[in-house]
Design a protein around this ligand. Structure first.
Ligand SMILES: C[S@@+](CC[C@H](N)C(=O)[O-])C[C@H]1O[C@@H](n2cnc3c(N)ncnc32)[C@H](O)[C@@H]1O
Length: 351
């Protein structure tokens, strides 16, 4: 039957993502699905997994479209200068997310250089390089792992479009892509594709041989599909679900820098509540309690206190999670607005 889609797209490009977790890779899931379904790489290795978004996307595609394939994740699960350093809870949460794919995936907890010896030369069909992003790091990762790539080997490089913080993937990709068939996505911080083996997978030719107009169309299509994934991620964070989900199935984790953010926000809430207390005491001293706005302020203070207690409780149960601060922040902003209005009215009355 005639396939109505252009060959750079397929049904899998439109699949829903099963595991939406914090990641700079979100917008590449549609291409990852298409790639795995179209190329069916037998052995996939990922260098740099963190919370596991890209890895779980590969696993999801293996499960649906590439039976018999196996994905290996290599990471110290300690973080680095670019991803941030994080604690054991990240690895634990990732292990729980991976449980459904235990039969098609394998974890190697070590540095990339330590792990490379456990893979046979010519054995890897798809290598995803997404560790620390200095030019020297990515150059070393590529050089050390290149002999492990199979005859139809393909390498993906994330962050080919990032120029800040001394990221050097763009530079390395620019240098080495001259030697191999390649394609570069510009959205989602950039994703470079390089076919390093003698046998270029047939399904990828449309990318490598695209003229400027087709390349632009390919980039637009995947950028649009990718935006759908990041929208879905943001929506999942905004909804009520993230408040309860971590407690229910512990499927949302936050990196340690989010813990820092959470603590800072809580400190701000405490400070505000302290000031509110002081202001409240002054008001009561002046026997202005009859003003109905005081009742509102008191009620909102109670809301803040309740939200804080909820955060403390959930944080205790589920580890850290930033979305929980949303109700507190909203409550605080609401209190601030009401309090400012109240003070304005008092000034007007006094004046
Ligand atoms: C950018 S994150 C990976 C993001 C992930 N691919 C995603 O989908 O969001 C980089 C990860 O690489 C790991 N890493 C960096 N350099 C490493 C090295 N030399 N050996 C092992 N792990 C490394 C860090 O611990 C971090 O978890």
């Amino acid at each position: 039957m005639h396939d109505p889609l252009p060959t750079f797209l397929s049904r899998p490009s439109f699949d829903q993502v099963e595991h939406l977790v914090e990641s700079a890779w979100l917008e590449h899931a549609p291409f990852a699905f298409h790639l795995v379904a179209a190329v069916r790489p037998k052995v996939i290795v990922e260098l740099g997994t963190h919370h596991g978004f890209s890895f779980l996307a590969f696993c999801q595609a293996i499960r649906r479209y590439s039976p018999g394939s196996l994905a290996h994740a290599v990471d110290t699960w300690q973080g680095d200068e670019h991803a941030g350093h994080y604690g054991e809870e990240v690895f634990e949460a990732f292990q729980r997310r991976r449980e459904g794919y235990a039969d098609i995936s394998n974890l190697v907890r070590s540095t990339f250089s330590q792990a490379v010896g456990s893979f046979a030369d010519g054995s890897i069909d798809l290598l995803h390089i997404d560790g620390r992003h200095y030019y020297e790091d990515v150059g070393r990762d590529f050089a050390e792992w290149l002999p492990k790539l199979s005859r139809r080997g393909v390498v993906l490089f994330h962050d080919t479009e990032v120029r800040q913080r001394d990221f050097g993937v763009w530079k390395l990709f620019e240098e080495i892509s001259a030697r191999y068939p390649h394609f570069n996505f510009h959205h989602g911080h950039g994703l470079g594709i390089l076919a390093v083996g003698e046998e270029v997978p047939e399904a990828l030719r449309v990318f490598f041989e695209a003229d400027a107009e087709t390349a632009d169309l390919i980039r637009t299509a995947y950028a649009r599909l990718g935006a759908g994934v990041s929208d879905a991620f943001r929506a999942s964070r905004r909804s009520v679900a993230p408040i309860v989900r971590p407690v229910v199935d512990e499927d949302v984790s936050a990196p340690s820098d989010e813990m820092g953010l959470l603590k800072r926000r809580l400190a701000a809430v405490e400070e505000f509540a302290r000031r509110l207390d002081a202001g409240q005491a002054r008001l009561i001293e002046r026997q202005e309690v009859e003003d109905p706005i005081v009742g509102v302020v008191v009620a909102l203070e109670q809301r803040v206190a309740k939200a804080e207690r909820r955060i403390a409780r959930l944080t205790w149960h589920a580890g850290v999670l930033m979305p929980l601060t949303a109700p507190v922040v909203a409550a605080v902003q609401f209190v601030r607005r009401k309090y400012a209005k109240f003070r304005r009215r008092r000034r007007q009355r006094a004046g």
